[in-house]
Design a binder for this molecule. Structure first.
Ligand SMILES: [Zn+2]
Length: 171
């Protein structure tokens, strides 16, 4: 059986700034009011014959939304983002969080931003495509700690109404 959670109606939303390095129009810092739809398929099981408890799905998804909300999303492994004092190959992303400010260049354009204003993602892009994969994998990992009856977790990250990317993580 399949469960659906509507992000707008269930308040699974976040508003963030991002940039797609090298893109003609999205290469400038801009923002979106995102919302996140979730679809989960699995066998009904347990005391209540649920596929999964809606409350758990909403709690875990909301926790990811809250991490990203009101931050600049930085895809640390983007090829065009050149960090000062940070080596993508050897340094940990956790080190970036500890900095007072982060300094980087994109195509020669320099940025200096307080680290607390940013969320550093282990991704090549902060596109809807990469964010949906990030959400689906994180949510699937979290649900797998307590559920063993799920077939897949699919997440659609919408960049406002009318356009979104969906990623399915099979379990
Ligand atoms: Zn955008």
């Amino acid at each position: 059986m399949k469960l659906l959670i509507n992000g707008i109606q269930s308040n699974l939303r976040f508003s963030s700034a991002h940039v797609i390095p090298g893109h003609e129009s999205c290469g400038f810092i801009h923002g979106h009011s995102y919302f996140v739809d979730v679809e989960i398929e699995g066998e009904r099981a347990g005391e209540f014959d649920f596929v999964v408890d809606f409350k758990d799905v909403k709690k875990y998804t909301k926790a990811i939304c809250d991490e990203l909300d009101h931050r600049l999303l930085i895809p640390v492994y983007n090829k065009l983002i050149d960090f000062k004092d940070f080596d993508k190959k050897s340094d940990s992303i956790f080190d970036l969080k500890k900095e007072g400010s982060v300094h980087f260049k994109i195509d020669g354009k320099g940025y200096s931003i307080p680290a607390e204003d940013c969320i550093f993602l282990p991704l090549p892009y902060s596109s809807a495509e990469e964010l949906s994969k990030f959400f689906a994998e994180t949510l699937a990992r979290k649900l797998s700690e307590t559920y063993d009856n799920l077939e897949y977790v699919s997440v659609c990250v919408n960049e406002g109404i009318g356009q979104g990317a969906m990623y399915r993580k099979d379990l």
